[in-house]
Design a protein around this ligand. Structure first.
Ligand code: PGA
Length: 256
Protein backbone atom coordinates (compact mmCIF):
# COMPACT_ATOMS: atom_id res chain seq x y z
CA UNK A 1 0.00 0.00 0.00
CA UNK A 2 1.51 3.27 -1.00
CA UNK A 3 -1.13 5.91 -0.55
CA UNK A 4 0.50 9.27 0.08
CA UNK A 5 -0.99 10.73 3.27
CA UNK A 6 -2.97 13.85 2.58
CA UNK A 7 -4.00 16.68 4.91
CA UNK A 8 -6.38 19.26 3.53
CA UNK A 9 -7.42 22.49 5.21
CA UNK A 10 -10.99 23.66 4.76
CA UNK A 11 -11.05 27.29 5.80
CA UNK A 12 -14.79 27.52 5.09
CA UNK A 13 -16.10 31.14 5.13
CA UNK A 14 -13.33 32.50 7.35
CA UNK A 15 -10.38 34.83 7.03
CA UNK A 16 -9.40 37.88 5.02
CA UNK A 17 -6.44 39.07 2.98
CA UNK A 18 -4.36 39.92 6.02
CA UNK A 19 -5.06 36.73 8.00
CA UNK A 20 -4.37 34.67 4.88
CA UNK A 21 -1.03 36.38 4.36
CA UNK A 22 -0.01 35.75 7.97
CA UNK A 23 -1.09 32.09 7.67
CA UNK A 24 0.95 31.57 4.51
CA UNK A 25 4.02 33.22 6.05
CA UNK A 26 3.78 30.95 9.08
CA UNK A 27 3.21 27.95 6.84
CA UNK A 28 6.26 28.72 4.73
CA UNK A 29 8.38 29.15 7.81
CA UNK A 30 7.18 25.80 9.22
CA UNK A 31 7.74 24.08 5.87
CA UNK A 32 11.28 25.47 5.68
CA UNK A 33 12.12 23.57 8.88
CA UNK A 34 10.74 20.23 7.75
CA UNK A 35 10.70 18.61 4.32
CA UNK A 36 7.11 17.38 4.22
CA UNK A 37 6.41 14.38 2.04
CA UNK A 38 2.70 14.10 2.68
CA UNK A 39 0.35 16.03 0.40
CA UNK A 40 -0.88 19.30 1.88
CA UNK A 41 -3.67 21.48 0.49
CA UNK A 42 -5.69 24.50 1.49
CA UNK A 43 -9.28 24.97 0.33
CA UNK A 44 -9.86 28.70 0.58
CA UNK A 45 -12.84 31.00 -0.03
CA UNK A 46 -13.25 31.88 -3.72
CA UNK A 47 -12.23 35.57 -3.60
CA UNK A 48 -8.80 34.65 -2.22
CA UNK A 49 -7.93 31.81 -4.59
CA UNK A 50 -6.09 33.89 -7.21
CA UNK A 51 -4.01 35.68 -4.60
CA UNK A 52 -3.13 32.44 -2.88
CA UNK A 53 -2.00 30.82 -6.14
CA UNK A 54 0.77 33.41 -6.25
CA UNK A 55 1.59 33.07 -2.56
CA UNK A 56 1.76 29.26 -2.81
CA UNK A 57 4.21 29.30 -5.75
CA UNK A 58 7.40 27.37 -4.99
CA UNK A 59 5.85 25.83 -1.89
CA UNK A 60 4.51 22.36 -1.27
CA UNK A 61 1.03 23.72 -0.71
CA UNK A 62 -1.69 22.79 -3.16
CA UNK A 63 -4.68 25.04 -3.59
CA UNK A 64 -8.30 24.00 -3.49
CA UNK A 65 -11.69 25.62 -3.89
CA UNK A 66 -14.61 24.82 -1.62
CA UNK A 67 -17.17 24.54 -4.38
CA UNK A 68 -17.61 24.49 -8.15
CA UNK A 69 -20.66 24.91 -10.37
CA UNK A 70 -22.39 21.85 -11.75
CA UNK A 71 -22.79 23.72 -15.03
CA UNK A 72 -20.07 24.21 -17.63
CA UNK A 73 -20.62 27.92 -18.35
CA UNK A 74 -23.28 30.45 -19.20
CA UNK A 75 -26.08 32.33 -17.47
CA UNK A 76 -25.58 31.09 -13.92
CA UNK A 77 -25.19 34.26 -11.88
CA UNK A 78 -22.86 33.85 -8.94
CA UNK A 79 -21.50 30.45 -9.96
CA UNK A 80 -17.82 29.62 -10.55
CA UNK A 81 -16.97 27.06 -13.22
CA UNK A 82 -14.41 24.30 -13.26
CA UNK A 83 -12.79 26.05 -16.25
CA UNK A 84 -12.33 29.19 -14.15
CA UNK A 85 -10.79 27.26 -11.27
CA UNK A 86 -8.43 25.53 -13.68
CA UNK A 87 -7.64 28.83 -15.37
CA UNK A 88 -6.41 30.46 -12.16
CA UNK A 89 -4.40 27.39 -11.16
CA UNK A 90 -6.56 25.56 -8.61
CA UNK A 91 -5.45 21.99 -7.98
CA UNK A 92 -8.53 20.60 -6.27
CA UNK A 93 -12.05 21.24 -5.09
CA UNK A 94 -14.29 19.97 -2.29
CA UNK A 95 -17.60 18.55 -3.51
CA UNK A 96 -20.55 17.41 -1.44
CA UNK A 97 -19.57 18.94 1.87
CA UNK A 98 -22.42 18.34 4.33
CA UNK A 99 -22.78 22.08 4.92
CA UNK A 100 -23.61 22.51 1.25
CA UNK A 101 -25.81 19.41 1.16
CA UNK A 102 -27.87 20.50 4.18
CA UNK A 103 -27.76 24.31 4.12
CA UNK A 104 -27.85 24.74 0.34
CA UNK A 105 -29.74 21.63 -0.71
CA UNK A 106 -27.05 20.13 -2.94
CA UNK A 107 -28.10 16.80 -4.39
CA UNK A 108 -26.02 13.70 -5.19
CA UNK A 109 -26.77 14.34 -8.86
CA UNK A 110 -25.29 17.84 -8.69
CA UNK A 111 -22.33 16.60 -6.67
CA UNK A 112 -21.58 13.95 -9.30
CA UNK A 113 -21.69 16.60 -12.04
CA UNK A 114 -19.37 18.88 -10.06
CA UNK A 115 -16.85 16.08 -9.53
CA UNK A 116 -16.95 14.98 -13.16
CA UNK A 117 -16.59 18.53 -14.50
CA UNK A 118 -13.73 19.32 -12.14
CA UNK A 119 -11.90 16.11 -13.04
CA UNK A 120 -12.36 16.76 -16.76
CA UNK A 121 -10.54 20.08 -16.25
CA UNK A 122 -7.66 18.51 -14.33
CA UNK A 123 -8.95 19.53 -10.91
CA UNK A 124 -8.92 16.82 -8.25
CA UNK A 125 -12.26 16.46 -6.47
CA UNK A 126 -12.52 15.65 -2.77
CA UNK A 127 -15.90 14.04 -2.18
CA UNK A 128 -17.41 14.34 1.31
CA UNK A 129 -19.85 11.83 2.76
CA UNK A 130 -21.14 11.30 6.27
CA UNK A 131 -24.18 10.57 8.41
CA UNK A 132 -26.25 12.74 10.75
CA UNK A 133 -26.44 12.06 14.47
CA UNK A 134 -29.92 10.63 14.07
CA UNK A 135 -28.80 8.26 11.32
CA UNK A 136 -25.94 7.17 13.51
CA UNK A 137 -28.19 6.55 16.49
CA UNK A 138 -30.49 4.50 14.30
CA UNK A 139 -27.51 2.34 13.31
CA UNK A 140 -27.68 3.45 9.69
CA UNK A 141 -24.18 4.96 9.31
CA UNK A 142 -22.81 2.40 6.87
CA UNK A 143 -25.97 2.33 4.75
CA UNK A 144 -26.05 6.11 4.49
CA UNK A 145 -22.38 6.44 3.63
CA UNK A 146 -22.49 3.64 1.06
CA UNK A 147 -25.59 5.16 -0.55
CA UNK A 148 -23.87 8.55 -0.79
CA UNK A 149 -20.79 6.94 -2.31
CA UNK A 150 -22.62 4.88 -4.90
CA UNK A 151 -24.92 7.76 -5.90
CA UNK A 152 -21.87 9.74 -7.01
CA UNK A 153 -19.42 7.03 -8.07
CA UNK A 154 -21.93 5.20 -10.25
CA UNK A 155 -22.01 8.38 -12.36
CA UNK A 156 -18.37 9.50 -12.23
CA UNK A 157 -16.50 6.22 -11.83
CA UNK A 158 -13.61 6.03 -9.39
CA UNK A 159 -10.88 7.71 -11.44
CA UNK A 160 -11.61 11.27 -10.25
CA UNK A 161 -11.08 10.19 -6.67
CA UNK A 162 -7.91 8.20 -7.31
CA UNK A 163 -6.54 11.60 -8.26
CA UNK A 164 -8.39 13.40 -5.46
CA UNK A 165 -9.75 11.83 -2.29
CA UNK A 166 -12.90 10.84 -0.45
CA UNK A 167 -13.55 12.24 3.02
CA UNK A 168 -15.70 10.60 5.66
CA UNK A 169 -17.11 13.43 7.74
CA UNK A 170 -19.75 12.41 10.28
CA UNK A 171 -21.97 15.48 10.48
CA UNK A 172 -22.27 15.27 14.26
CA UNK A 173 -18.47 15.57 14.52
CA UNK A 174 -18.05 18.65 12.31
CA UNK A 175 -17.19 21.74 14.29
CA UNK A 176 -18.46 20.19 17.51
CA UNK A 177 -15.13 19.27 19.11
CA UNK A 178 -16.51 15.69 19.25
CA UNK A 179 -14.45 13.55 16.86
CA UNK A 180 -15.37 9.98 15.94
CA UNK A 181 -13.22 7.52 17.86
CA UNK A 182 -10.35 6.14 15.78
CA UNK A 183 -11.94 2.66 15.90
CA UNK A 184 -15.37 3.94 14.80
CA UNK A 185 -13.83 6.00 12.01
CA UNK A 186 -11.74 3.02 10.88
CA UNK A 187 -14.88 0.83 10.75
CA UNK A 188 -16.55 3.25 8.39
CA UNK A 189 -13.39 3.73 6.32
CA UNK A 190 -12.99 -0.03 5.94
CA UNK A 191 -16.60 -0.37 4.83
CA UNK A 192 -16.08 2.48 2.38
CA UNK A 193 -13.02 0.79 0.90
CA UNK A 194 -14.93 -2.49 0.58
CA UNK A 195 -17.71 -0.63 -1.19
CA UNK A 196 -15.18 0.95 -3.58
CA UNK A 197 -13.53 -2.43 -4.14
CA UNK A 198 -16.81 -3.85 -5.45
CA UNK A 199 -16.61 -1.25 -8.22
CA UNK A 200 -12.85 -1.40 -8.86
CA UNK A 201 -10.52 -3.35 -6.56
CA UNK A 202 -7.35 -1.65 -7.81
CA UNK A 203 -8.71 1.88 -7.57
CA UNK A 204 -10.09 1.11 -4.11
CA UNK A 205 -6.57 0.42 -2.88
CA UNK A 206 -5.28 3.68 -4.30
CA UNK A 207 -7.98 6.11 -3.18
CA UNK A 208 -7.09 8.22 -0.14
CA UNK A 209 -9.83 8.11 2.46
CA UNK A 210 -9.64 11.17 4.69
CA UNK A 211 -11.37 11.57 8.01
CA UNK A 212 -12.96 14.92 8.85
CA UNK A 213 -14.76 16.18 11.93
CA UNK A 214 -12.98 17.94 14.80
CA UNK A 215 -9.50 16.73 13.83
CA UNK A 216 -6.93 18.42 16.05
CA UNK A 217 -3.24 17.98 16.79
CA UNK A 218 -4.27 15.97 19.86
CA UNK A 219 -6.32 13.29 18.07
CA UNK A 220 -4.59 13.13 14.67
CA UNK A 221 -1.96 10.52 15.60
CA UNK A 222 -4.52 7.96 16.74
CA UNK A 223 -6.78 8.58 13.77
CA UNK A 224 -3.92 8.31 11.28
CA UNK A 225 -2.70 5.10 12.93
CA UNK A 226 -5.78 3.33 11.50
CA UNK A 227 -5.20 1.22 8.38
CA UNK A 228 -7.79 2.90 6.20
CA UNK A 229 -7.40 6.51 7.35
CA UNK A 230 -5.04 8.23 4.94
CA UNK A 231 -5.23 11.77 6.21
CA UNK A 232 -7.72 14.43 7.19
CA UNK A 233 -9.96 17.23 6.04
CA UNK A 234 -9.50 19.85 8.74
CA UNK A 235 -11.88 22.73 9.39
CA UNK A 236 -11.53 24.72 12.62
CA UNK A 237 -7.99 23.63 13.46
CA UNK A 238 -6.77 24.59 9.98
CA UNK A 239 -7.33 28.27 10.68
CA UNK A 240 -4.22 28.27 12.85
CA UNK A 241 -1.14 27.44 10.79
CA UNK A 242 0.71 25.93 13.75
CA UNK A 243 -2.17 23.57 14.64
CA UNK A 244 -2.63 22.62 11.02
CA UNK A 245 1.04 21.79 10.56
CA UNK A 246 1.07 19.83 13.81
CA UNK A 247 -1.59 17.67 12.16
CA UNK A 248 0.54 17.51 8.96
CA UNK A 249 3.46 16.32 11.13
CA UNK A 250 1.33 13.36 12.27
CA UNK A 251 0.47 12.50 8.65
CA UNK A 252 4.04 12.94 7.50
CA UNK A 253 5.21 10.42 10.07
CA UNK A 254 3.21 7.82 8.11
CA UNK A 255 5.20 8.34 4.89
CA UNK A 256 7.25 5.21 4.35
P1 PGA B 1 -14.00 20.71 11.61
O1 PGA B 1 -14.59 20.73 10.12
O2 PGA B 1 -12.58 20.23 11.54
O3 PGA B 1 -14.12 22.12 12.07
O4 PGA B 1 -14.87 19.77 12.41
C1 PGA B 1 -14.26 19.72 9.20
C2 PGA B 1 -14.95 19.95 7.90
O5 PGA B 1 -16.12 20.39 7.89
O6 PGA B 1 -14.39 19.70 6.83
Amino acid sequence: MSRTPFVCANWKMNGDTLSNRIWVEQAKSLMSRHAYQCDIAVCAPTPYLSGLVTQFTHSRLMLGAQNVAHFENGAYTGEVSADMLADIGCDMVIVGHSERRTLLGETDEQIAKKAALAFSRGIMPILCVGETLQEREEGRTLDVVKAQLTAVLSVTGLAPFVAGAIAYEPIWAIGTGKSASPADAQNVHRAMRECLAQMDPQAAQNIRLLYGGSVKPGNAVDLFAQDDIDGALVGGASLHAQDFFNICDCADALVK
